[in-house]
Write a protein of this length. Sequence first.
Length: 393
Amino acid sequence: MDFSKYEKSTASVWAGETDPLPNGAVTTPIVKSVAFAYHDLDEWHEVALGKADGFIYSRNTNPTVHVLEEKIRILEGAEAATAFATGMGAISNTLFALLGPGKRVVSLNDTYGGTSRLFLDFLPRYGVNVTLCDTTNFDQIEAEVAKGCDVLYLETPTNPTLKVVDIARLAAAAKKVGAVTVVDNTFATPINQNPLALGADLVLHSATKFLGGHSDAMGGVLCGSKELVSKVFQFREINGASIQADAAYMIARGMKTLELRIERQNASALTIARYLKAHPKVRDVFYPGLETHPGHDIAKAQMSGFGGIMSFSLDGDYDQVKKFLPKLQFVHLAASLGSVSTLAGPPRTTSHVELTEEQRRQLGIPESLIRYSVGIENVNDLLTDLEQALAIL
Ligand SMILES: Cc1ncc(COP(=O)(O)O)c(C=O)c1O
């Protein structure tokens, strides 16, 4: 079915699920079978060679996983998609499949902690030349890309200070030198931002976050041209970072309500960010939807909504965070984000725990910073909750 003439909410529900199912089932089955049997050896051979559609072995492809891949493929407007066991599976497989000894990748100082470890620790061990730039110094990034590189790796908005990176400008620079632009779209989601339409070549997600949306399944996805996705897919087949059918089902089910959740989370986050910005006990609020955010204009140009995540610093030090966070009632103090329930935590304890205070300061992360991922609760209840917790400071 051609979904290009339908809206994202329709595609989220129907993509990958338009064919009639056995017994008239109205939701896709969780196919746990490890292998798929054939009576006709010629047919098996054709499928094994990739000349005919079908499934052989679930490390490679699986019908339930295919449903998830179709949903994200359509939502990101891509030719092809492939899924992974986790978001880091998607990121590491993509980088290792595209890079090798003597190749060069240009990226940002502010990528997700796991990604940053790949850049600083693992990729250099395999002879990959890594250059990390000041995340919002687009002149510097362009200059590094112009020196020649194989991959430009971006993430926007970033974790935890919600910096906004100009995808169209940097993807155009990468195109000039024949580099592949990859964007981690986890924070924005395909409802708010479509990097491929802005000139990127590949877009990936930690599906563990907003796509699944319920903090109950881990996964990763990658979308782009058939040629590039197939290059990464071939590495993933052998590397083995395949998602299980159960997790793929949970994420695909979560995706059916993606637009509803994201619309709610966009609206609530903006309301909460404005409230916090005006609060005397809050020093700074980092949310791209605020007119005062340095990346607001770029965010307005490349995003249709500003997302459900913000961070804010309290007027004080880490002791204030220790007093404040446990007082919140409608928040899980946990390391994840993008769920139906509100989640919060200090980067000092979560994403940036391994850095020194000075390293965090250099990244613009104050000790009193809190990352707050807004759930789908009623926004007035969340505001009341924040108000009573701030009142004790
Ligand atoms: C922006 C971003 N990308 C990638 C990942 C990694 O995803 P996963 O935990 O599913 O491996 C995370 C995890 O928090 C993330 O926040």
